[in-house]
Structures are given as structure tokens and as C-alpha cells.
Write a protein that binds this ligand. Structure first.
Ligand code: SF4
Length: 450
């Protein structure tokens, strides 16, 4: 059973010495209770306390790293069943599947796509994570050749998918030092697979149907000395995947079945439509998802969904408050005031760029709340606008004293004028109409003078 923060606190030395990096023993205890701490950071724990805290303070799902260096993929270490309880920490890796029967040029082209293609959304670059090479040919040399081509073209996290130990050993000659995920050990071959995984220090996927068999196989592999495991529940249908993955997550995070405390693997290419499998994998607990090389549209959809699910729901994505320039605005350029919720910023920025009117954006600090929420909660108010104008020295940027506020902030227009002395123009509610607003309202204002 997991210990609660107060139970842990009772066991800690209570010196409040800060040597663990936390200001007090209680905050350290809270971190441990959330599965995010490391008991070895407290140098004052005796043997007995260490043993007592040991298993119950480890994250219920192990963090597993596939690959090495900067582009390593870290998966697992999740602590909740529902995203709204807290957050999900490590987004699932999406890996494009390559069969070893493909011609060299085709393999190289897929690898290049994974290495270079990016989707930029709300200020973040999103990308597919790696490559899964499948031993379709059944030939060890062919499999090793395909892995060699992948390695020559990029240093990406890899999954090696073969049950043939000879093929695996041949492929590991090319990538053995880079911690590829080996897929997979079964109840019939796990000793041999564990030996290879241990020899190369690789994580290992285990395949079994049913949580009991999966837990037993994972326990056997752990006993063989492989600590970094990934669980493949091998569903036959998508309808089977969801309850299987949910049961694994539930039994793991409640520590009812610690042998299931590993990230989950899903081969989405086994299902039709594959896009549906990818969606279910992302929203329902998959940590490693193998897909066909997706079209740009499907890639964008998958990466966008993944970003949404793995964004902390309690912390809106924020921009730094301040003044942002669109184009090269002069002293007479319009100033659009808005909140620092990143989605608001990027939406408005896109339409302002499309209007081809150089302008300023003044982002006020609503702690990432959207305009409507910030107005309703009182976070966006005339004082904040006045202080932001002063803090970011807006007066030195423009020669006029006119501020365009979002349409949804119109109830504040009078009070903003009163406390700032700036003339307020109420902009459109929909950012898509901002170009029209510039043409029909701002240009008339500009002609009227400062
Ligand atoms: S190092 Fe140990 S004793 Fe010191 S504050 Fe942290 S938990 Fe408390």
C-alpha cells in the first residue's frame, strides 16, 4: 500500500535541514507520497527507515528510457488514473514502423521524416519520436541491414521487433549501445530474451494476454535481472485494448499488482482503422505506440491530441507577459491588449500576421487564463492593464494613447479608460475578425489623429 504524506513524515528525521533540496521534511514527504521523490536524497535516513519507505515511495509505474542522450524517450512514471486528478507526465512515444523488406531509399526517407518533420503548435515543436523496425523477412541479415540503414540516417529511439534471437543479435551489432527497446519476450523465450537485454543494457517488452499472465511474465523477467520492462497486453481488438490497458494502469497505480508497474506498449498497425487505435492509445495509457508512417494530416492529429492530453490541466500553457511585435511596427501602430493564455496569443498572432498590419500585442499576466475566464474571475481588470502598460513601458513604444481590448473584455472598457487615461477601442470577440476591425475601425481612428 502507498503511504500517505503524513505517514511518511512521521518516519522522516524532521531536521528540516534542506539537504534533500526541499525546504522542509513535510514538503519532501509530500513529494514522496506523490511518487515524485527519491528517498536517497535524504542523507539522514537510517537503514530501517529506508527499508520502510523503499517500495511504497517509488513511482508506481517505472520510468523507462528508450535510447540514449538528448533524443532518448522517457516513458512511464505516471501516478494517476485520470488526467484531471493531477496530470500525466510522460507523453507516449510515437514510432513509425519500418519493415525490413523495404528498399534502402524508402527506409532512409521515413527516417529522415522522423528526424526533421515538426508540427509547431502553441509555441511548441511537436515530433514523432522514433522508429520500430520489424523483422518481416524472417532473415537475420535482412533485419540487421534495415537497422543499419536506420542508424546511418539518424540517432533515434528504436524498437526492434522480432522473436528471432539471431536476428536480434545481428541487429544489436548496429545499435546495441543505444538502448533500443527489444520487442518482445514471451513465456517461451523470456530467459533468452532477458539474457540479450541484459548483455546490451536494453529495455525489454514482454507480451502476454491477460493481466495475470502479463504480471507473472514481468515478474519472471525482473527476476532474470531486467529492470526496464514494457508491457504489451497483445489485444486482438481495440475493444480488448481499452479494458486491458485500464486494468494495468489501475492495478499498478494502486500498487495492487506491483508487477504491472511498467509502461504499456501498443502496436496500432494491428488495427483498422489505425487512426482510431492511435487515439485510444494516446488517451488510454499507452506509453509506446507503433504506427505506420502516417500522413502529415494524421501525424498532426496524433501529435496535437498527445499534446492536449499531456498538458497539465491545472496549469494553462502560458506566454510570458510583455510586449510582442508583429512585423516591424512603428510609433503609430495599433496595440492589441490580450491575456497571456498561449492559445489566445497564437490564435490572435496568426490573424494579425495575416492582416499584414505591423502592430504590438500587450500580453497582461492573467496566469494563463483565457479572456472570458479572466474577466469573469476578476483576474483581468483595469489595475492589471494600467500596471502592465507601466511595467512594459508601452508609452515609449507608441506615440498615440489608444488600446484595443478583446471583445469579451468590453465590460472593462470604461474603467480601463478611467485608470489608464488611454482611449479604449473594443475589438472583435472572434480573432478571425481582427483584419476587418483594422480596416474598418483602426484606420479611421488613425486618420482622426492621436
Ligand atoms: S534532508 Fe531529510 S531531514 Fe533534511 S529536510 Fe530533507 S527530509 Fe528532512
Amino acid at each position: 500500500m502507498a503511504l500517505k504524506a503524513l505517514d511518511i513524515y512521521k518516519i522522516l528525521p524532521k531536521k528540516n535541514c534542506k539537504e534533500c533540496g526541499d525546504p522542509t521534511c513535510l514538503t519532501f514527504a509530500m513529494k514522496l507520497a506523490a511518487g515524485k521523490g527519491d528517498i536517497t536524497l535524504c542523507p539522514h535516513l537510517d537503514e530501517q527507515a529506508r527499508n520502510l519507505l523503499g517500495a511504497s515511495t517509488r513511482p508506481p509505474i517505472r520510468l523507462v528510457r528508450i535510447g540514449v542522450g538528448e533524443r532518448a524517450l522517457a516513458v512511464g512514471e505516471e501516478t494517476v488514473l485520470y488526467r484531471h486528478d493531477k496530470t500525466f507526465y510522460h507523453p507516449p512515444g510515437i514510432l513509425f514502423r519500418i519493415e525490413d523488406t523495404l528498399p534502402e531509399a524508402e527506409i532512409a526517407a521515413i527516417v529522415r521524416r522522423v528526424r526533421t518533420d515538426r508540427v509547431t503548435r502553441v509555441g511548441m515543436d511537436l515530433a514523432v519520436n522514433g522508429i520500430a523496425v520489424v523483422n518481416r523477412s524472417g532473415q537475420p541479415e535482412q533485419f540487421a541491414r534495415a537497422v543499419g540503414i536506420v542508424e546511418e540516417n539518424a540517432d533515434l529511439p528504436l524498437v526492434l521487433m522480432t522473436a528471432d534471437q539471431k536476428a536480434l543479435s545481428a541487429a544489436l551489432v548496429h545499435c546495441g549501445t543505444y538502448r533500443p527497446l527489444i520487442h518482445a519476450a514471451t513465456k517461451d523465450n523470456f530467459r533468452e530474451m532477458c539474457a540479450i537485454a541484459k548483455q546490451h543494457g536494453c529495455p525489454l517488452a514482454v507480451v502476454a494476454r491477460g493481466t495475470d499472465d502479463l504480471a507473472a511474465l514481468a515478474a519472471s523477467c525482473a527476476k532474470e535481472g531486467v529492470a526496464d520492462l514494457v508491457l504489451d497486453p497483445s489485444p486482438q481488438t481495440l475493444g480488448e485494448y481499452v479494458p486491458a490497458a485500464t486494468a494495468i494502469r489501475q492495478l499498478a497505480i494502486t500498487r495492487t499488482a506491483p508487477d504491472l508497474g511498467y509502461p504499456v506498449f501498443l502496436d496500432a498497425t494491428a488495427f483498422s482503422p489505425e487512426d482510431a487505435a492511435i487515439v485510444l492509445g494516446i488517451v488510454k495509457y499507452a506509453s509506446v505506440i507503433v504506427t505506420s508512417p502516417l500522413s502529415p494530416a494524421s501525424t498532426t492529429a496524433a501529435l496535437t491530441l498527445r499534446q492536449n492530453i499531456y498538458t497539465d490541466p491545472q496549469k494553462p500553457i502560458q506566454m510570458n507577459p510583455g510586449i510582442y511585435r508583429i512585423g516591424n511596427p512603428g510609433k503609430d501602430a495599433p496595440v492589441f491588449m490580450t491575456v497571456n493564455f498561449s492559445l489566445t496569443y497564437f490564435t490572435l498572432e496568426g490573424y494579425l500576421e495575416a492582416s499584414r498590419t505591423p502592430c504590438f500585442m500587450l500580453l497582461v499576466d492573467t496566469e494563463g487564463l483565457s479572456v472570458l475566464t479572466a474577466v469573469a474571475s476578476g483576474k483581468l481588470n483595469e489595475t492589471l492593464v494600467r500596471d502592465s502598460i507601466k511595467k512594459f513601458n508601452l508609452e515609449s513604444e507608441v506615440s498615440h494613447r489608444k488600446l484595443i481590448i478583446p471583445g469579451y473584455a468590453s465590460p472593462l472598457s470604461g474603467r480601463i479608460e478611467e485608470v489608464t487615461g488611454w482611449k479604449v477601442l473594443v475589438g472583435p470577440r472572434d480573432a478571425a475578425e481582427v483584419g476587418e476591425f483594422i480596416e474598418q475601425v483602426w484606420k479611421k481612428e488613425q486618420a482622426a489623429g492621436p
